[in-house]
Design a protein around this ligand. Structure first.
Ligand code: ADP
Ligand code: MG
Length: 756
């Protein structure tokens, strides 16, 4: 029996999913697998785990597991459900890659989908669970797809063994044919329970013209107009990334300032005694300034692809001018109007949970709530009280070139389905309005649905994980949407070249050879690699690290290479003159530090890798404090992740080869010249297919090839970034971690290869 507060109970009863509780639970009793479709906000994520709990699915030894594609959802939903059920977080808990609050008493466990995949590797039958809920299946994230494929096999196995288990797949859209009409996946299609959400009508307003690039400016004007002219009700603005979100928040706060008391302009982002606020107060005593831009610095390492929309594409210098709309001349048209204050909040996946929780609370009296969000507000989180939606119609996605593997972040049009999801956010509590910043003709050209992620990215990590699960013929795996054969072949080839898979014998007909290329068996090295929680190339580096006592360095390097954005973006637009001068100060310091970390003599050849190693070493030596990071241009959150990953990788290495006895030494001295050579070889072994050669003088026909590098797969030149220690020396051969296309094709994570 659950002891909910009367207030909670009343709030629950309003959720559409409550009306379907009996139907859902009957379907669950009678079927092994059930699909639940219901609009965002209908109560699926918060209520369905409670239904299972109350029906006794966690009363025995088994527990209820719920997977989310996003970390924010796993954390915030576990807290919400614990609160609704009046249970401690020891009972309703979460687990994300590096942290969690799971205990022996845990009965309901929220986790990211990657966490459950790892658990399947340890126990294929998932015997701890009596029920698994795969949430947000419409997002079609890679891990969600794989989990559904695996669970379609695990559930019947469990039942055959007399250890019954239930699978629930939940989606915010009705587009579930990929799961239901897929004989390979489920022989008998699972029943679908539809939750009829009380959706109020939303009037769609299309723009007459479609702004080609300044959609943030357009969003600003539209939001101002709504705020000045339309009746009360929250506004939700959809933009594409963190920088845009902050930029618009800043502009709106300036236009409709809201002051709590008269001590501090509340921006809803900081505790009153936080450093930023103190700084602000100090600044305010001197002169009256507009709100400083508070950088939340919430970047962190993510499971593959998570939070991509928050990662800005910029590799510094010549980037980002289009994001800096803070001083747009248009702003002078909009005179501040403090008589109609607006309570402006940012929302994006990498925002800290405490900050993010603010959108669920009512705005201060006399203000209008305005949430500026990325597509995280599309389906993962439901914000109460929204009556107006402003939709820029775009989304930021990471694109991979099929052939070259070059990745780039691009802002593209979203899909019709996603745009309709966005519009739907306006009609949760009363009839609403959605303002689309594009014409109906443009909408007509959107693709009807977003593609499954698995069709859009390399799959080497998945293929290795699957081989380790003894799924030899990955082509035959019951994918809800299979990746292209091309992508599978590329993945097996890379894994063969890394030694994780065995090369098939070159025998038989072309067709047989083709088939053999897609079913290479895993090697012992491959198994060791699969146990490391990093992509195969980095796993290979770890596996090679035992030479010359290099392992602690390799672990530090791999941790640094796999955590995103170690360095702060000091080229970001500044919020004030004061900040601008601080930023240029810090930039100078960063250049100096990078030079120091790059070392001298032979270590220089390790290039960006040496800079990362130096940064990690120095940061750890200083105790990994926020102060050290701030002073040296490092992202504190990223460095904390590196630290966690270092100890996680150290444990993983020790469990694979117990004789190594590696440990994390916080006072690690820089590598010796000999170890540097060794580290370069190891780097080459992991990144060997990412080789680039400096263009030779005699080939220099076109000026665009000046100082450029040529890679085997690309016709266009690629470059070493000016911030790299190798920018000055331009060695003949280099290997790189990845190529990012920004203003130019830049290689990231470059190290020199000896041309012997
Ligand atoms: P779905 O999964 O179907 O999209 P949810 O279960 O996430 O729906 O949300 C149901 C309701 O619970 C929504 O109205 C939402 O606003 C509310 N809710 C969710 N999390 C919180 C929270 N942390 N605080 C307050 N309300 C919340
Ligand atoms: Mg949900």
């Amino acid at each position: 029996p659950v002891d909910r507060s009367p207030k909670m109970q009343a709030a629950r009863l309003k959720l559409p999913v409550l009306a379907e509780e009996q139907i859902i639970m009957e379907a669950v009793r009678e079927n092994h697998c059930v699909i639940i479709c219901g609009e965002t906000g209908s109560g699926k994520t918060t209520q369905v785990p409670q239904f299972l709990y109350e029906a006794g699915y966690a009363s025995g030894t088994g527990i209820i597991g719920i997977t989310e594609p996003r970390r924010v959802a796993a954390v915030s939903m576990s807290h919400r459900v614990a609160k609704e059920m009046n249970l401690s977080t020891r009972v309703v808990s979460y687990q994300i890659r590096y942290e969690g609050n799971v205990t022996d008493e845990t009965k309901i466990k929220f986790m990211t989908d990657g966490v459950l995949l790892k658990e399947i590797q340890k126990d294929f039958l998932l015997q701890r669970y009596s029920a698994i809920i795969i949430d947000e299946a419409h997002e079609r994230s890679v891990y969600t797809d794989i989990l559904i494929g695996l669970l379609s096999r695990i559930v019947p196995l469990r039942n055959k063994k007399g250890l019954p288990m239930k699978l629930l797949v939940m989606s915010a859209t009705l587009r579930v044919e990929d799961f239901t009409d897929n004989q390979k996946l489920f022989k008998t299609p699972p029943p679908i329970v539809k939750v009829d959400a009380r959706q109020f009508p939303v009037t769609i307003h299309f723009n007459k013209r479609t702004p080609l690039d300044d959609y943030t400016g357009e969003a600003f004007h539209k939001t101002c107009k709504i705020h000045r002219m339309l009746p009360s009700g929250g506004i939700l603005v959809f933009l594409t990334g963190q920088a845009e979100v902050h930029s618009l928040c800043r502009r709106l706060r300036k236009a409709f300032p809201f002051r709590k008391g008269d001590t501090i302009a509340a921006d809803g982002e900081e505790d009153d005694n936080s450093e930023a606020v103190k700084r602000f107060k100090r600044a305010k005593q001197k002169k009256s300034v507009s709100l400083p831009r508070i950088d939340l610095d919430n970047y962190s390492a993510q499971p593959v692809d998570e939070g991509d929309e928050d990662r800005e594409a910029g590799i510094a210098e010549d980037e980002g001018s289009d994001l800096d709309i803070g001083d747009d001349p248009d702003d002078t048209d909009v005179k501040g109007d403090p008589s109609i204050p607006m309570y402006v909040l940012p929302l994006y996946s990498l925002l800290a949970p405490e900050q993010q929780a603010k959108v669920f609370r009512p705005p201060p009296p006399g203000t209008r709530l305005c949430v500026v969000a990325t597509n995280v507000a599309e389906t993962s989180l439901t914000i109460p009280g929204i009556k107006y939606v402003v939709d820029c119609g775009r989304v930021k996605k990471r694109f991979y070139d099929r052939v070259t593997g070059v990745s780039s972040f691009k802002v593209t049009w979203t899909s019709q389905a996603a745009a309709n999801q966005r519009a739907g956010r306006a009609g949760r509590t009363e009839p609403g309005h959605c303002y689309r910043l594009y014409s109906s003709a443009v909408f007509g050209d959107f693709s009807p649905f977003s593609e499954a992620e698995i069709t859009r990215r390399p799959v080497d990590d998945l293929v290795l994980q699957m081989k380790d699960l003894n799924i030899e013929k990955v082509v035959n795996f019951p994918f809800p949407t299979p990746p292209s054969t091309e992508a599978l072949v590329a993945a097996e080839q890379l894994l063969v070249s890394l030694g994780a898979l065995k090369e098939p014998p070159r025998l038989g007909s072309v067709k047989e050879m083709e088939r053999a290329r897609l079913s290479c068996p895993i090697t012992p090295l491959g198994r060791a690699m699969a146990s490391f929680p990093v992509a195969p190339r980095y796993a290979k580096m770890l596996a090679l690290g035992r030479q010359q006592e290099c392992l602690p360095y390799v672990i530090a390097v791999v941790a640094a290479m796999t955590v995103r954005e170690l360095f702060e973006d000091l080229n970001r637009p500044a919020g004030s003159e004061d900040e601008s001068s601080k930023l240029s100060h810090r930039r100078a310091r960063m250049v100096q530090m990078r030079r120091l970390w790059a070392g001298q003599g032979p270590s220089l050849l390790l290039g960006d890798i040496m800079v990362m190693l130096g940064a990690v070493g120095a940061c750890e030596f200083a105790g990994c404090t926020p102060k050290f990071c701030e002073e040296n241009g490092l992202r504190y959150k990223a460095m904390v992740e590196v630290r966690r990953l270092r100890s996680q990788l150290t444990n993983a290495v020790n469990s694979v080869c117990p004789d190594m006895g590696v440990f994390v030494n916080p006072k690690m001295s820089p590598p010796t010249a000999h170890q540097v050579v060794c580290l370069r070889q190891i780097t080459l072994a992991g990144l060997g297919d990412h080789l680039a050669r400096r263009i030779q003088a005699e080939e220099l026909l076109d000026p665009k090839w000046k100082d450029a590098y040529k890679t085997p797969l690309m016709d266009d030149p690629v470059f070493i970034h000016p911030s790299s220690p190798l920018f000055k020396t331009l060695p003949e051969f280099v290997v790189y971690q990845e190529i990012m296309e920004t203003t130019k094709m830049y290689m990231k994570g470059v190290s020199a290869v000896e041309a012997e």
